[in-house]
Design a protein around this ligand. Structure first.
Ligand SMILES: NC(=O)c1ccc[n+]([C@@H]2O[C@H](COP(=O)([O-])OP(=O)(O)OC[C@H]3O[C@@H](n4cnc5c(N)ncnc54)[C@H](O)[C@@H]3O)[C@@H](O)[C@H]2O)c1
Length: 304
């Protein structure tokens, strides 16, 4: 049994990760800026703000955390509003994403360092940290090789992707300084079991014969929230990890076509790089998580 603090415990992923870790026998405390949703047998809960060092210290202290699963964050503020021709409503103040995600991670780590007792932080990073998702420049993501593993350069443009990349750098720094080990799960877009995702599966990706370069937004991969929760449980138990480890987490691709054929149709100039990709495996590979954590996604639409 490990004492675990889950930030973002009132959020969508928190609602699946916390019960999974409790089922594994861990003593979990949730921490969030908004109240816990009403559930049967809720985990102990701390209301607080990640951007307050005092609140983070209260949460780490009260929970007695040995492991922190850091899910609390804000998504992107839709930077595209500044571009001509885009009329997208800004959903949060312009600097909120950067402030919450970077300073929130900093205060949480600082609380862990000051109080002691935390041995590991598991961080919800994202494939946006690579530079996918929101490409403000509109230039395609620069793919150096395929499949894209965790060693591929990170080239984010938007505040969400940048903030997650900075979060990963903070984790590396606190590992160097204080020996707190860290796992950054770079999640593909998360699918939640309470949503009907069926329209998003078995899609036919349109051809783009004149496209040059890599994807603009998506690689047509996703991760099921239950697979993320299983990966968190595996990371807590893992004894073979370095001080900082990034892992891509994917459940599957959303298409039935072979990936080599898809790359040739959709990102034609990447076709020579795709020779080593098997079947419908994604162009972002989670082979490292499978190899090192024993991660085995169980919730693909293909098995439904
Ligand atoms: N949903 C996705 O597709 C996706 C993809 C990749 C990575 N992620 C990451 O996974 C994590 C969880 O995502 P989710 O889908 O559950 O999001 P969510 O918005 O449902 O949950 C995030 C939670 O963080 C809390 N939070 C935000 N600011 C806070 C603050 N200042 N102090 C305390 N709590 C705060 C929110 O109240 C919310 O409950 C996030 O870190 C997100 O960046 C999500």
């Amino acid at each position: 049994m490990t004492k675990v603090l889950v930030t973002g415990g009132s959020g969508r992923l928190g609602g699946i990760v916390t019960p999974r870790l409790r089922a594994a026998g861990h003593e979990v405390t949730d921490f969030d800026a908004v109240p816990h949703p009403a559930v049967d047998d809720p985990a102990p809960f701390i209301l607080g703000d990640l951007t307050s060092l005092e609140d983070c210290m209260r949460a780490v202290n009260y929970s007695g955390a040995e492991v922190i699963v850091h899910l609390g964050a804000l998504p992107g503020p839709r930077e595209m509003i500044n571009r001509p021709g885009w009329r997208i409503q800004q959903v949060v103040p312009e600097d909120s994403t950067m402030r919450t995600n970077t300073m929130g991670t900093y205060y949480l780590l600082e609380a862990a360092a000051r109080l002691g007792g935390v041995r590991q932080v598991i961080f919800a990073s994202t494939f946006y940290a690579l530079g996918l998702g929101n490409r403000i420049s509109d230039h395609p993501f620069q793919v150096d090789y395929l499949p894209i593993d965790e060693e591929h350069p990170l080239r984010p443009e938007d505040s969400y992707g940048l903030s997650k990349m900075f979060g990963e750098e903070l984790l590396k720094g606190y590992n160097r300084a204080y020996g707190i080990t860290a796992v950054a799960f770079r999640l593909m877009g998360v699918h939640y079991p309470h949503n009907d995702n069926s329209a998003q599966y078995d899609v036919t990706v349109p051809s783009q014969p004149h496209h040059r370069g890599g994807p603009i937004k998506t690689t047509y991969q996703y991760v099921d929230a239950r697979d993320v929760a299983n990966a968190c449980a595996l990371a807590i138990d893992a004894a073979n990890l370095d001080g900082f480890e990034a892992f891509h987490l994917s459940t599957d691709t959303v298409y039935s076509e072979g990936t080599k054929d898809l790359v040739a149709r959709v990102w034609p100039d990447l076709a020579p790089l795709a020779a080593g990709i098997n079947g419908t495996d994604g162009i972002i590979t989670d082979a490292k998580a499978r190899r090192k954590l024993g991660y085995k996604p169980e919730h693909s639409w293909r098995n439904a």
